[in-house]
Design a protein around this ligand. Structure first.
Ligand SMILES: [Zn+2]
Length: 97
């Protein structure tokens, strides 16, 4: 699935899981348990049903944008080791030597 589709699916699921709901796929249908979901969120879920089903069936992972060694749920994330060192981190490393 495309990063845009997985981002859309995550955006739909986030408020549901924040309510304590668990969304599962059973027999190609979405099941919601654990919380009462407001109608407007159900409408959003239905509107993105295809992307959500695909996302839940196989949550995609994306490699670090620079080294590709570490996987993230979102595309375009740079891992900790590839991020530019913050001044405090650089200072810490200097003192370790
Ligand atoms: Zn990296």
């Amino acid at each position: 699935m495309t990063p845009a589709a997985s981002n859309a699916a995550r955006g739909v699921l986030r408020p549901l899981t924040a309510l304590g709901a668990r969304i599962t796929v059973e027999g190609g249908r979405l099941h919601i348990r654990g919380a009462t979901v407001p109608p407007h969120l159900l409408d959003t879920l239905r509107a993105h049903r295809g992307a959500v089903l695909e996302y839940l069936a196989a949550p995609p992972t994306y490699g670090c944008g620079r080294c590709g060694r570490y996987a993230f749920a979102e595309a375009g994330v740079t891992c900790y080791w590839c991020r530019p060192a913050r001044p405090s981190t650089a200072c810490h490393h200097d003192h370790e030597r």
